[in-house]
Each structure stands twice: as C-alpha cells, then as structure tokens.
Design a protein around this ligand. Structure first.
Ligand code: HEM
Length: 234
C-alpha cells in the first residue's frame, strides 16, 4: 500500500505532503533568503540613498519581504527544474510546497505593510497632485492585486486533501497559477520601477533597484519553465 494511503486511511494526500522539511532547513531557507534581502535594502536605501533609520521597521522591511517573497516563489517553481533533485520526487514537491508557502506568507506581509504605508508622503510616484492614484499607481496595484489573486489559488490547493478533492488535473492547474503570479509580479515591478532601471547614474551605491532584481527573479523562474517546455517539445 502506498505510504500516503497508510497515513490517511485511503484519502490521497497532496503531493509533497508526506514529507516535512527539517526545521533547520525551513529556517535556513527563510532566513537565508530574507536576511540578505534586508541587508541589501538597508545598504541601498539607508546607507547610500540616505533614507532615515527610523524607517527601517516598516518601509525598509517591506522592501525586503517583497524581495524575499518573490525570490521564494521563483525558487518554488524552479526547484526540480533548475536545482533541488529529480522533478516530481516527493522531496522536491515538499521543498516546492514549503518555498511557495513561505513566499506566500512573505508577500501577504508585504501587502499588509504596503497598505499601512500607502500615502503620497511615502510613495509620491504612485499619486497625482489630486491625491488620487496616477497611471503608474493604477497599473502597479492592478498587477499586484492580480498577482496575489493568482497566488491564493496554489496556496489554497496546499490545504490538506485538496489533491483528493480536486483531482490531479485541476490540482495541477491550481499549482500552475503561480506562473501567473510570477508574470504579473514582473508587471508589478516593471510598472513601478522601469523608469529608474536604465538610469545607472541614479542607482545609490551603484546598486540595482529592488524592483529590477525582483523582476529578474520572477523572469528567471518563467524562463526556466519555458526552457523545460521547449525541451519537452523537442
Ligand atoms: C495587493 C497587492 C500588492 C500591493 C498593494 C503591493 C504594493 C507594493 C508597493 C506599495 C510597493 C513599493 C514599495 C517601495 O517602493 O518601497 C511594492 C513593491 C514591490 N512588490 Fe508589491 N504589492 C502587491 C503585491 C505584490 C506581489 C503579489 C508581489 C510578488 C509576488 C509583489 C512584489 C513586490 C516587489 C518585488 C516589490 C519591489 C520592492 C521595492 O523595490 O521596494 N507585490 N509593492
């Protein structure tokens, strides 16, 4: 009898849920991604751009969790393709599940923080003089909201026994919605940041903007998937 059936009395568990990553591995992934993002944000914005230190707790941490969140989601979709072991193995699926949920948690925190901070004083580039959103703001938040909407679907599909409830085809479709998140995250970061991407002289400390790095992380995972599809087709 397959191990999943033994554990669950006949119900098929979600792929990746019969293995749990060791605690040190979980902590290692989250801190190993987030701490460098936080250090990057502090060095770029506080040290080189002169953002006041009083804004570290929310404004700067928000940048770091957005950055870490998009990296974790990108890693969740690249694991088994670009690193981490054979695709489809229970170990790789468990890792993808953990990375995806960690990214989901980070992005949820990012959105809550962004909501608290959202004002012309913090983000002048998103607002018109009337105090309403300008086109950059409208496009940025449209992409952000749609990206999060797509992310909710694979997150919900990781709830216990969703594989049994949805069946394999719909469960896989739900997981693939994460690629929508990655594509829309590219739109989110492009809409808010592209004007500064090519003006290298304006980069504090010659450090690329986090919008550009977040865009590249999401794009890299999409390219890894595209390469896999091309390989399968040939
Ligand atoms: C309701 C949805 C969302 C809202 C309201 C929102 C809001 C924001 C805001 C206000 C910023 C600017 C932060 C700053 O310049 O300090 C931002 C940046 C960013 N967001 Fe979002 N976001 C949303 C969803 C997402 C999602 C789903 C992702 C990724 C999967 C994401 C990834 C990023 C990244 C990587 C940045 C760049 C960080 C930076 O340069 O500061 N966001 N977001």
């Amino acid at each position: 009898m397959p191990i999943g059936q033994r554990l669950t009395g006949g119900l098929r568990p979600n792929p990746g849920s019969t293995i749990r990553l060791a605690r040190h591995e979980q902590v290692g992934w989250v801190l190993g991604v987030w701490i460098p993002c936080l250090i990057y944000a502090i060095v770029r914005y506080n040290v080189f751009q002169g953002v006041e230190w009083v804004h570290v707790p929310l404004y700067i941490v928000n940048k770091s969790v957005a950055f870490a969140g998009v990296i974790l989601i990108a890693l969740a979709y690249a694991v088994g393709k670009a690193f981490g072991g054979p695709a489809g193995s229970e170990n790789v699926r468990a890792k993808a599940k953990f990375l995806g949920l960690a990214g989901f948690a980070m992005i949820t925190v990012h959105i809550l923080m962004a909501m608290v901070l959202l004002s012309p004083a913090n983000y002048a580039k998103f607002f018109a003089e009337s105090g309403k959103l300008n086109l950059t703001g409208e496009m940025t938040f449209l992409f952000g909201v749609l990206a999060y909407g797509c992310l909710l679907i694979p997150a919900i599909a990781t709830l216990p026994y969703m594989y049994e409830a949805l069946g394999m085809a719909r469960w896989l479709t739900a997981q693939h919605m994460g690629y929508g998140t990655l594509a829309l995250a590219c739109g989110h970061t492009l809409a808010m940041g592209y004007k500064g991407w090519f003006d290298l002289a304006s980069w504090p400390g010659s450090m690329p903007p986090i919008t550009l790095l977040g865009f590249l992380a999401a794009l890299a995972a999409l390219l890894v998937k595209a390469a896999q599809l091309v390989r399968r087709g040939t």
